[in-house]
Design a protein around this ligand. Structure first.
Ligand SMILES: NC(=O)c1ccc[n+]([C@@H]2O[C@H](COP(=O)([O-])OP(=O)(O)OC[C@H]3O[C@@H](n4cnc5c(N)ncnc54)[C@H](OP(=O)(O)O)[C@@H]3O)[C@@H](O)[C@H]2O)c1
Length: 263
């Protein structure tokens, strides 16, 4: 059978063999990448996040994905510093977490990332002083209320997109990193978006997509900068969904995100 195949090959044009080898190698590479993707997303055991430290900071933890992260981290026994702009919602989330996961400690910090970020970041620094913060979830982010052409994006929306998505994430990271550097371990998970990475362009959401492209590249650079210091950095690329209509506390999807986020 083998001989038959080789004999047939000899009769073919000379360029067929290199093409066959190239095709087989490409198919092999694709199969390997697919298997690796299945393994990483569905089969790989999650890391013990407590090895990074016993505290996590989650921004935008009062709703949607950030709230889901907070509950899932608490479920794993990690104490939380939850950051949000609404004191009542922060209290409500904190109370629900402590009611459900009694042993977990929760601290709250009020920061409006569309307001005075510097004083908010100072409050985060003061709150985490002396805590072994091992995990930072940079989740806070805003998008357009509806699709618009770039020239129709008003000054307030433009300002908020850049302040919350870019400046907020950057400054919170800079505030928490020294704590991780001191202890030579940590995990930073930045929430990106498919709008910047998966699709080639996201017309009518240009500024949102551009801020998430910043988050992606920021994460890649920090990953390389701090790898040798024991700090893992990753950007989670999420598809579009209305997270508020989903109950991220109970959805296994939220668990899945936390699982994937285990760098
Ligand atoms: N859902 C999606 O389809 C999707 C897709 C890709 C990426 N993402 C990214 O995932 C992250 C979370 O999205 P989400 O859908 O869960 O959003 P969400 O449901 O709107 O929740 C956002 C959270 O951020 C808080 N927040 C908003 N503006 C703030 C500000 N100025 N200062 C402080 N906190 C503020 C909100 O607080 P309040 O509770 O006070 O409103 C809430 O806790 C974002 O970075 C988003 O870009 C989402």
């Amino acid at each position: 059978m083998d001989l038959c195949f080789l004999d047939k090959l000899k009769d073919q044009p000379f360029y067929l063999l290199p093409l066959l080898i190239l095709g087989s190698l490409t198919a092999l590479k694709f199969s390997f990448a697919l298997l690796q993707w299945v393994y990483v997303n569905f089969l790989r055991q999650g890391k013990n996040l407590k090895k990074y430290g016993s505290w996590a900071v989650v921004t935008g933890a009062t709703d949607g994905i950030g709230k889901g992260f907070a509950f899932q981290l608490a479920r794993k026994g990690i104490n939380l510093v939850i950051v949000g702009r609404n004191p009542d919602k922060l209290k409500e989330v904190s109370d629900s977490i402590t009611a459900k996961y009694g042993k977990v400690e929760v601290k709250t910090v009020v920061v409006d990332f569309s307001g005075d970020i510097d004083s908010g970041v100072t409050r985060i620094k003061e709150t985490i002083e002396g805590l072994d913060v091992g995990v930072l979830i940079n989740n806070v982010g805003v998008s357009y209320p509806y699709a618009r052409f770039f020239h129709e994006v008003d000054a307030e929306l433009l300002r908020n997109l850049i302040k919350v998505n870019v400046e907020g994430t950057t400054k919170v990271t800079q505030a928490v990193l020294p704590v991780m550097l001191k202890r030579k371990k940590g995990a930073i998970v930045n929430i990106g978006s498919g709008a910047a990475i998966v699709i080639p362009s996201d017309p009518l959401y240009a500024v949102y997509a551009a801020t998430k492209a910043y988050i992606d590249q920021f994460s890649r650079c920090l990953y390389v900068e701090y790898k040798k210091s024991g700090i893992d950095v990753q950007c989670q690329v999420l598809p579009s969904s209305n997270s508020r209509t989903w109950n991220f506390r109970d959805l296994s999807f939220a668990r899945c995100i936390v699982h994937i986020a285990q760098v």
